[in-house]
Every structure is written in C-alpha cells, then in structure tokens.
Design a protein around this ligand. Structure first.
Ligand code: SAM
Length: 348
C-alpha cells in the first residue's frame, strides 16, 4: 500500500531507528496516511498505537443478525470497530445508538463514524454509562433489536500511559474510564484498608499473591501516585518470583484496580438487570467479557432469564475467538462471548 507523504512537519523526536513510546509512534496514530505501517504492525500480532482491533466480529454478527430497518445499540463504542460493522447491516432504514463513558475517545470515534458517512440521524452517540441505557428508550422508539456490549477497556486506553492503565509505561496512577468523574486509583490506594485491597485483588482478578501485594502497597509510607511507583511496590511484594509470573501479577493488579475504580462489576449487574426491558420482543444481545468475574455474571443473568422465560434462547456455552484471531490478536485470547434472545412474550 502506498503511503501518503505528510505535509512538511517535523516528526516527533525519539531515540534509535524506530519510535518505541506510545506518543512517539506517529505513523500508527495516523492510519489514514500511514496504512502500510499500520498493516505491518497488525500482521506482527500487535495493535497499532491509538487503535483497537474489534474482537469476535463474525461471531458477534452471527449472534446479533442485524437487519436493515432495525435499531441497534453499541453499549461500548470504543474505537467504533464493531459499530462500523453493525451500521451498514442496519441500513437502509435502521439506526445505531452508541454510548461510551470515555470523554476523550468518544468524540474521536464518533468522528470516525461521521467520516464513514453516517450522519446524526442514523448514528447517534452519547457519552454515558451503559448502566443507564433505559434513558435512551424514548429516542429509540421503546426498545432495541440488537444490543452489543464489549466490556472493559480499549487498546487506545490501555496503551496510553497518560491514562495509567498499564504497568508497561510510566504515567499517573489514574485508571478511570472517565477521568472527569470519580477518584483515580492513587486516591483509592490512599484510603483503602488492607482486607479491602486484598479482596479487590483476589475477587476481581483472581490474584494468587493478593495478600503479599496488598501488604507491600500499604506498607509503603508514600502511597503510589504513578504507575511506575505502584509497579515497584508490587514487585517488592513478590520477592524473587520468576519474571513471567511477576508480569502476570502486575497485569492482574492493574486490572483489579481498574475494576474497582470504575465499579465495573456493580455497573454490569445493573446493566444485566435492565437489559431485558431495553430489548424488543425477539431482540438479540451479545456480550463479550474478558475475565471470570464478568463472565460469571453474564452466564448467571442469562441462565436466570431463560428459566424465567425473559429470554427465549441463550448461547449454550461461551464462544471463544478462533485460532487465527487468537494468533493475530492476542488481546482476543481471554474473550468470552455469550448471547441471548429476548422472549416474544411481554415481560412480567
Ligand atoms: C473493549 S472497548 C470496546 C471496543 C469496541 N467494541 C471496538 O470495537 O472499537 C470497551 C469500551 O467500553 C467503554 N466502557 C467500559 N465500561 C463502560 C460503561 N459502564 N459504560 C459505557 N462505556 C463503557 C470503555 O470506555 C471502552 O471504550
């Protein structure tokens, strides 16, 4: 693929031949202009900086079966990867609503959809929590035919050191999906008790060294305010554990704190409760989860819904990304997809 030469502008300075840091990888941040670079990064099984590769696309489209004239809801717009693929299936005649809590990425992804030619009538985006989707029902004409929730965090959020989601680069210890609301992880760690922190680590991330890590963090006279400081404390709690296990514990610690800071599990519970009332009779929902705490909740809510005839059918087992996708995009490895079809009978 040809790359469009950039208008003369000094490229960011970086050490060595290739940029390594997230903010320096200017070609990846501009996929329109540097398509060939972006394709090379994807072919290496990596996600280009500032991008997110949609997961289980075929499986989701099959489960949701969006049709022209239908009304869809993407509860987690992210990079608009799934929205871009759902939208053409709903046209002509349909609409897609999309929400995301992230005030930084939402306008960019909305613009990405506008650039693909979808106007405010067919593609409606809102910055809001998906726990509050009932608020969209009036505008949507009473219910949705298809609903997608791709839970958790996007690659753009995860890879951007300024958001504090990763131990791999230094940045403020924030971890909020919406940095304009709530308190950052650094504040949570100033106030949390030892039993509570241990519970966060073990319950939200199944961290086997929860006690050691919690003690190491809270023993420090200076609560961590950066990702590097937290990483150092976690490492100190793990003694001389093998590096590959340390990295797993670090990833789990950051995930657990993210779940706590954003109250992700109670938000998911609330969403699962209101979901049947937001689906039209016969409406389809697909939920992609990334850790056991999420999947357990989705599995249970769908099973209870089936028992109570709220749902007519549910996926008999979780659907995993195929071998080729797992190889091409390692971030798809933990993904579990479950779907359900709302009963055609009125809800009690
Ligand atoms: C895995 S990404 C979605 C990626 C998207 N499907 C795509 O293909 O580009 C998850 C997104 O959900 C958003 N999110 C997480 N929890 C949310 C919530 N409770 N309400 C609204 N958005 C949420 C995050 O900000 C993030 O942008």
């Amino acid at each position: 693929m040809e790359e469009t030469p950039a208008p003369h502008k000094r490229r960011p300075r970086y050490r060595g031949t290739n940029p390594r840091r997230f903010e320096e990888r200017y070609k990846e941040h501009d996929p329109e202009r540097y398509g060939a670079t972006v394709e090379r990064v994807i072919a290496k099984g990596q996600t280009p900086a500032g991008m997110h590769l949609p997961i289980c696309v075929q499986e989701i489209l099959e489960a949701l079966d969006p049709k022209p004239g239908e009304i869809g809801l993407d509860c987690t717009l992210g990079y608009a990867g799934h929205s871009s693929l759902l939208m053409p299936r709903l046209l002509p005649g349909g609409m897609l609503f999309a929400v995301d809590v992230d005030p930084i990425e939402l306008p960019r992804s909305t613009q990405r959809m506008r650039d693909q030619g979808y106007d405010e009538v067919t593609f409606i985006s809102r910055q809001q929590n998906f726990a509050a989707i009932r608020g969209l029902l009036g505008e949507a004409g009473g219910g949705f035919d298809v609903v997608l929730a791709d839970l958790g965090v996007s690659s753009m959020q995860l890879d951007n050191p300024a958001r504090g989601f990763t131990y791999k680069a230094d940045g403020p210890l924030d971890l909020r999906l919406n940095p304009e609301k709530g308190r950052p992880a650094s504040e949570l760690l100033k106030a949390v008790t030892l039993p509570r922190l241990e519970k966060i680590l073990s319950e939200y991330a199944d961290e086997p060294y929860a006690k050691d890590i919690a003690r190491a963090i809270l023993r420090s006279p200076n609560p961590p305010s950066t990702t590097a400081q937290l990483t150092k404390l976690v490492r100190s709690g793990l003694g001389n554990l093998e590096e590959k296990h340390v990295k797993k514990s670090l990833a789990r610690t950051f995930m657990a704190l993210r779940i706590a800071v954003n109250e992700e599990l109670s938000v998911l519970d609330h969403f699962l409760e209101v979901l049947p009332y937001c689906l039209k009779p016969g409406g389809r929902v697909a939920i992609l989860s990334f850790h056991s705490g999420e999947d357990r909740r989705v599995k249970r809510a769908f099973a209870i819904g089936l028992e109570e005839a709220v749902y007519e059918t549910i996926s008999p087992a979780p659907i995993l990304a195929g071998e080729a996708e797992r190889r091409a995009n390692p971030r798809s490895i933990p993904a579990k997809l479950r779907w359900a079809v709302r009963s055609t009978k009125p809800l009690g």
